[in-house]
Design a protein around this ligand. Structure first.
Ligand SMILES: [Zn+2]
Length: 598
């Protein structure tokens, strides 16, 4: 312990001229930041809320105290972005057979539905609505005997429940309602009605649309109907939904759906609530910038969290529903780390400007950091490296993970040298495409790493509170972050490497097909935005590049990442396929030949 402390001091004096009592101070500072941000008074810091605004005011005061300034050309420390705060059904309805179902308990549009209206459309029951692609090598096709062109399709949630293990393993991969909607669309259906079958678990209530599934529409009208309404509809049409489900649940591939022989009017309407959120970003100017290429080094952490559970993916149990999610570890801890590291760096010599960024909208889909890079408030090409801190307050047994070191060959050396005085037991992982803000930077080709002390039982629950934080180690995470950032600030810019991770298909054992595309998971557009392509991969050879928006892949229309994953399932190794994409407002088609994954 002492050895480590002395070494830390020696290196720090050299690097940042730190006062001797620093270690104790920083742990106390960390506690002060976390306790402020994770207080009930901030209401869980949901993006766009008053609690988030209060957190932003606090961060701005901290930045000012550090001597930080707004980015060149920015109005101030607050940098706004737009986001979908919520999505509500706006009066979807269904009518036919002298009935009118227009109550919220009967029918609601799914979050990814298109708004639309059809009348006099025939209705077809397509069972579980699953057709695994050929690559899954499992003969099951809900649509084998059905023509659903210009019709409304009724689909059961989930997958056959009593089928054998093998069948369940395959079919469960294609049970996501987005896949089902996609499949129905490719079969020519106008709309889908999704229901939890009479033999399924749960109360069969209508599913209200959830903001996390919003974003671009799926190119088809899609609604959830209650079990009661679906059963009534089948009864009016002279069929028995429960009996049909019983037959399908055996997994018998020959159990088929059928035409209900009735016509319906279907109208789907959603209200997407667009609001403004704020990133908070400032920089510590270099006293004597060396005029280096890439004059900025960037440290960032998201300050938003789940509010009362209505933002992002709460894991609160039923007894905790609606409670404040304070997010002490996720991510008051990361914010504290950036502030502490900023304090060290503010006192240090540096040839690059140090940017301190606090993101909002992370929990609802990495929205804030993506918007920041898309809007060009600071061009990505000017950033030498990005260090992300998300959930860094629960270190146990001296362990710390640093993820994304595959984004530059320089990271391992920089980290290991910096860690020598700090002494964490490090786990370094390569893949920079992570479920946190560093992914936005990696996709913008900024070498990016992410500090992480691991998940825990309080993750995304109301119990993620300030008293569970390990403040001494949190201060050491900040120390290590400052040392790595200091080396980047005063050395050569790490060279970016496009790391080979890509969407894997959902087939048996994962797809072996390699295309070399790097999707931008967070993009809120129609089509699949490529964050980049892997050097020497099939996509690059085909002429695709970052920024291209794929709209058709091998004959499969691509509206979003789900469509793309599905399209990948059908791709075959060594068989050329056509990829249509948009670039600079023009639509082009190239031929891509998938290879075997190594
Ligand atoms: Zn989180």
């Amino acid at each position: 312990m002492r050895f480590r402390g002395l070494m830390a001091l020696a290196v720090l004096t050299a690097l940042v001229a730190a006062p001797a009592a620093l270690a104790q101070d920083t742990a106390e500072d960390a506690r002060r930041h976390v306790e402020f941000l994770a207080d009930d008074a901030l209401g869980g810091r949901g993006t766009g809320t008053e609690g988030a605004a209060e957190a932003a005011r606090y961060l701005i005061a901290q930045l000012e105290a550090l001597g930080a300034r707004p980015l060149p050309g920015a109005d101030g420390f607050r940098i706004p972005f737009e986001f979908t705060a919520g999505v509500r059904d706006a009066g979807s309805r269904m009518a036919g057979l002298r009935h009118n179902w227009d109550e919220a308990e009967s029918i609601q549009a799914l979050a990814f539905s298109e708004d639309g209206e059809v009348s006099g459309a025939q209705v077809v029951f397509a069972g579980y609505g699953i057709t695994p692609p050929e690559s899954a090598d499992y003969p099951y096709d809900s649509y084998a005997t059905l023509d659903v062109t210009d019709k409304i399709v009724v689909i059961l949630e989930g997958y056959p429940q009593d089928a054998d293990d093998d069948a369940r393993r395959v079919l469960s991969n294609f049970a996501d309602v987005r896949f089902k909607a996609f499949l129905a669309r490719t079969k020519g259906a106008l709309g889908i009605l999704v229901v939890s079958g009479p033999l399924s678990q749960g109360d069969g209530a209508v599913r209200a649309p959830r903001a996390g599934m919003a974003g671009a529409g799926a190119g088809i009208m899609a609604a959830s109907v209650s079990r009661a309404v679906a059963s009534q509809l089948f009864e009016l049409a002279g069929h028995d939904l429960a009996a049909s489900q019983a037959e399908l649940d055996t997994g018998n591939p020959h159990a088929a759906g059928y035409d209900l022989g009735v016509e319906l009017t279907l109208e789907t309407k959603l209200n997407r609530d667009r609001r403004e959120g704020y990133n908070v970003v400032g920089h510590l100017p270099a006293a004597a910038p060396a005029g280096a290429a890439k004059p900025y080094v960037f440290l960032g952490a998201h300050y938003d969290h789940l509010g009362h559970g209505e933002f992002g993916g709460s894991l609160a149990g039923a007894s905790q529903a609606g409670e404040i999610h304070n997010g002490a570890d996720d991510n008051a801890s990361g914010v504290a780390a950036v502030l502490l590291a900023g304090a060290r760096l503010a006192a240090a010599e540096r040839q690059r400007h140090v940017v301190l960024g606090f993101w909002s909208g992370e929990e609802i889909g990495i929205v804030g950091s993506n918007a920041f890079l898309t809007d060009g408030a600071l061009p990505a090409r000017e950033i030498a490296g990005y260090l992300n801190f998300d959930m860094v307050g629960r270190s146990r047994d001296n362990k710390l993970s640093i993820q994304g070191v595959g984004s530059s060959e320089s990271w391992r050396g920089l980290i290991e040298r910096s860690n020598f005085p700090v002494g964490f037991d490090l786990t370094l992982t390569e893949d920079p495409n992570l479920p946190t803000d560093s992914t936005a930077f990696n996709l913008a080709e900024v070498p990016s790493i992410a500090f992480f002390t691991g998940s825990h039982v309080d993750y995304h629950k109301p119990t993620d509170d300030a008293e569970s934080i390990n403040y001494d180690d949190l201060a050491r995470v900040a120390e290590l972050g400052a040392l790595v950032a200091g080396r980047v600030a005063n050395g050569d810019a790490p060279e970016f490497v496009a790391f080979q991770s890509e969407v894997r298909g959902a087939g048996r054992g994962g797809s072996q097909v390699f295309t070399g595309t790097i999707p931008d998971y967070a993009a809120d557009i129609t089509g699949l935005l490529l964050g980049g392509v892997i050097e020497g991969g099939p996509a690059e050879e085909a002429g695709l590049q970052g920024g291209d928006v794929i709209v058709n892949f091998g004959g499969v229309e691509v509206g979003d990442i789900y469509d793309y994953m599905f399209a990948l399932e059908s791709a075959k190794i060594g068989e050329p396929l056509e990829v249509t994409f948009e670039r600079d407002g023009e639509t082009m088609t190239v031929t891509l030949t998938p290879r075997a994954r190594e």
